[in-house]
Design a protein around this ligand. Structure first.
Ligand code: BES
Ligand code: ZN
Length: 850
């Protein structure tokens, strides 16, 4: 099926007037589209979905209108207008009148609702047009390459705020209780970036960034929660103007918190929309991780104003040009804003998550063919975002930051207000660096997967060899090779020697002056590859963990666990390795350690859980007692977050009775005096109390979830409802995912969380099977895909068969290769379980008795 529109008629400008009626959840509209007819035609085809089009008329200069017949093709989301006479080439105006409904699926032009402090319900109308849903708001050429100028008018009740991409040009009272708000013309841009928001929203005072006013919008009563985002927004806007060397392409920036929102945030030019927890926060009461999330999302979307909005990929196969770049730039900006957060080290967690998908047979290249909207949705994944950003970082480090930035500037300047392809980016980076970019990069962008570099001793030097890393390939070699920018560091007598090379064949030897004490490959940690050390090298490096950088320790553990998942290292060797990290100070290293132990927990039998918990207590105990429960003199924000992370793990996965008792005390104290508990400790306390809690705690948390004063507080209690252990209580949480108590924007994630819990997964899976039809009707499509990610937690041969049957029987396709990836992740876990059952049982039962 061909989804692409013909280019015989091309839009230049849209004058769109929309009249939403919030009470009846409908809208009426008129679009006057200035089109260029390229060759003589008798029909015009554009996109429209779930719209009724009442009339279509073509005019040129002042001639009488030619009325067209209208056919809607709902399956292909198109409208076809056939005219009684041939339409000659040249400029025409197509006037369309249409009506539609404000839907509840969080896409197109949709309805979001919230209750105020008095319990009164209010409605907001908002848009989410990416990737292919502008066609639900007004008929249009809904493909990114059909850029046009948009002149928007919103007709709204007098007391409601109306926001669109540009500043208000003028307003006029209509005398019927409504006013027409006319917005200034946009730049030439793609349809998916158009936005309208209407409702009782309040804005902060603007902060001026150069000549650009920046504001945060929210539902009434939450304005004070916008300050942190304003600071993040102001910093990133100024940062990007400097980095890109081009002024911000719009006339204002509004950051809007929408109570119901499918994604995290959306980069509509000048009217960036967010889910509330990605924008609003009380800085004084927030954990580090919660603040980091807001800084990330704000910086990411602001980065898009250039990468994505000013210059746009020609088609969705190139979405990485938007998303990988925005992710890369988000990290650059946040790192510049808060260098003490060590954002590039934290990025290790995301990089390894992308490597987890990219080690599957069912992975795909970063740039990948896209046809229908479903395949398009599947592109917004870890490969596009995190692998994409990783390989950009690897290239930036290889070329040097200044040369790289120069290439980026060239690219933006050459393609502004237009579209571009990956090859255009290579060209600009090549012109700036005088290096053969395609030769280095094509293997990372156009080919699936990534390499594992094996390191062996070769005299006093080293031998490096590469092959593709795949979990289910065993020890076979696919023959695929990459050009890998390798940096390695060897500890020799007087300090270190560093070696840089581009490994582009099967193998290479690296000479070292003398025999090294230890060697770390992927020094600095920017490479997108795994490292497999010869046993003697691994042993030496494991003994030197105190001397290497946090990201290098992170990679050491993360690579080791990946090798275990691939069957290339015994699981117990990895568990032994974790014993080297009991004094670890970096929270990212702890994250990979804790995540791998939680993974193991999902594949062992109930009889071994006590042994694993004992192991967790052993690994974490020393650091937990060192950190204590109270903030210590001179501690950094990261130390405080680490305390929260470790308490949470030892109190849940480690099932530590003392910690659980203490958490209950701390929570009791919190109820008396909120200021008594540190912001990073509180989320952990809530999670621990849930894990060890019963009916009274459940009732309390459910109440707190409903009356939460900040989005963060709401999140903590919501996810805590999935962290209880009693089946009866978890069943109640499951009920809430469908009865409206949990918003449809959150429900799929709560289910995913339950599928990952050894106490909740059986129930949750049963519930999904029973209620799939209702979920498919209620949840935003982009989110139920995320829900199914949770099936990787159903580790058991029986569950695996059942899951496969379910997707086949229900003919569920998640677009692209998504479903195949989820099922393969499950296969990897079940294979791990079968391979390691005996040694793990022996190892873990020893833990218990010590
Ligand atoms: N363009 C996306 C939002 C989006 C995603 C729209 C998928 C349609 C389909 C936006 O820039 C984005 O990437 N948002 C992220 C947050 C970001 C910090 C990674 C999100 O929504 O999770
Ligand atoms: Zn993005």
């Amino acid at each position: 099926m061909d989804y692409r529109l013909p280019a015989t008629v091309v839009p230049k400008r849209y004058d769109v007037r929309l009249e939403p009626d919030l009470a009846s959840a409908t809208f009426a509209g008129e679009a006057v589209i200035t089109v260029e007819v390229e060759t003589t035609v008798t029909e015009i085809v554009c996109n429209a979905a779930e719209l009724a089009i009442q009339s279509a008329a073509l005019t040129r200069d002042s001639t009488v209108p030619i009325h067209g017949s209208i056919t809607l093709d709902e399956a292909n989301e198109r409208a076809r207008f056939v005219f009684p006479a041939a339409i000659a080439p040249g400029e025409w105006k197509l006037t369309l009148r249409f009506t539609g409904t404000l839907n509840d699926r969080l896409h197109g032009f949709y309805r979001s609702t919230y209750k105020d402090a008095a319990g009164v319900s209010h409605t907001i109308a908002a848009t989410q047009f990416e990737a292919t849903d502008a066609r639900r708001g007004f008929p249009c050429w809904d493909e990114p390459a059909f850029k046009a100028v948009f002149g928007v008018t919103l007709v709204v009740p007098e007391h409601l705020a109306a926001v669109s991409n540009c500043a208000v040009a003028r307003e006029e009272a209509l005398g019927d209780g409504r006013r027409a708000v006319h917005f200034a013309d946009t730049i030439r841009m793609s349809t998916y970036l158009v936005a309208f928001v209407v409702g009782e929203l309040e804005a902060t005072d603007p902060v001026m960034v150069g000549s650009t006013p920046l504001r945060v919008w929210s539902v009434p009563g939450k304005k004070h929660l916008g300050r942190f985002a304003l600071a993040a927004g102001a910093f990133s806007l100024a940062f990007f103007e400097r980095y890109y060397g081009l002024p911000y392409p719009g006339d204002k920036v509004d950051l809007l918190a929408i109570p119901d929102f499918a994604a995290g945030a959306m980069e509509n030019l000048g009217a960036i929309t967010f889910r509330e927890n990605a924008l609003l926060v009380n800085e004084a009461a927030a954990a580090h991780a919660e603040l980091e999330r807001i800084a990330d999302v704000v910086a990411h979307e602001v980065a898009h104003m250039w990468f994505g909005d000013l210059v746009t990929m020609s088609w969705w196969n190139g979405i990485w040009l938007n998303e990988a770049f925005a992710t890369f730039m988000e990290l650059m900006a946040v790192d510049a804003w808060k260098s003490e957060w060590r954002r590039w080290t934290t990025f290790g967690v995301s990089r390894s998550a992308a490597m987890h998908v990219d080690a599957l047979e069912a992975t795909r290249p970063i740039e990948f063919e896209v046809g229908n909207p479903q395949d398009c949705r599947a592109m917004f994944d870890l490969l596009t975002y995190e692998k994409g950003a990783s390989v950009l970082r690897m290239l930036e480090q290889h070329l040097g930051p200044d040369v790289f930035r120069e290439g980026v500037r060239l690219y933006l300047e050459r393609h502004r207000y237009a579209n571009a392809e990956t090859t255009d980016l290579w060209k600009a980076l090549g012109d700036a660096s005088h290096q053969p970019i395609p030769a280095i990069m094509d293997g990372w962008i156009f080919k699936p997967g990534y390499p594992v570099v094996t390191v062996d001793l070769d005299g006093t030097g080293l031998k490096l060899s590469q092959r593709r890393f795949q979990y289910l390939a065993g020890d076979t070699d696919s023959g695929q090779r990459w050009r890998i920018p390798i940096v390695l560091r060897a500890a020799v007598k007087r300090g270190y020697v560093e070696r840089r090379l581009l490994l582009d064949g099967d193998e290479a030897t690296v000479a070292l002056p003398t025999k090294a004490d230890w060697i770390v490959v992927n020094s600095g940690g920017h490479g997108f590859y795994r490292v497999r050390y010869a046993p003697s090298l691994l042993k030496k490096l494991a003994g030197a963990v105190a001397k290497i950088a946090p990201i290098e320790r992170f990679n050491l553990l993360s690579d080791a666990f990946a090798l275990v998942q691939a069957g290339l290292m015994p699981a117990v060797d990895h568990l032994d390795l974790t014993a080297r990290f009991t004094a670890e100070t970096d929270r990212n290293v702890w994250t990979t350690l804790n995540t791998s132990l939680a993974y193991v927990n999902r594949l062992i039998g109930d009889e071994l859980r006590g042994g694993l918990a004992a192991l967790v207590r052993h690994r974490l105990g020393e650091k937990v007692s060192l950190l204590g429960w109270e903030v210590q003199e001179g501690e950094s924000e990261l130390d405080r977050q680490l305390r929260g992370d470790l308490l949470r793990t030892i109190g849940t996965l480690g099932d530590d009775a003392e910690i659980q008792a203490r958490a209950r005390e701390v929570y009791a104290r919190y109820r008396e005096d909120e200021g008594s508990v540190e912001a990073n400790v509180l989320p952990a306390v809530i999670a621990i109390v849930a894990a060890a809690g019963g009916e009274p705690e459940y009732t309390e948390f459910r109440e707190r979830f409903k009356s939460a004063r900040t989005p963060q507080e709401e999140q903590r209690y919501l996810y805590a409802l999935a962290g209880f252990r009693s089946p009866e209580l978890l069943s109640r949480t499951l009920e809430m995912t469908l009865n409206g108590e949990i918003r449809s924007q959150d429900a799929p994630y709560v289910i995913r969380s339950l599928l990952g819990s050894v106490y909740g997964r059986g129930l949750a899976w049963h519930f999904v099977k029973q209620n799939w039809q209702a979920m498919a009707r209620q949840y935003p499509e982009s989110a139920y895909t995320r829900m199914f990610e949770g099936i990787a937690g159903l580790v058991g041969a029986e569950w695996e068969r059942d899951a496969r049957a379910f997707f086949t029987d229900n003919k569920i396709d998640l677009g692209g290769r998504t479903l195949a990836q989820y099922l393969e992740q499950l296969r990897v876990a079940v294979a791990f379980q079968e391979r390691e059952a005996e040694p793990l049982a022996a190892y873990l039962s020893r833990q218990k008795s010590r």
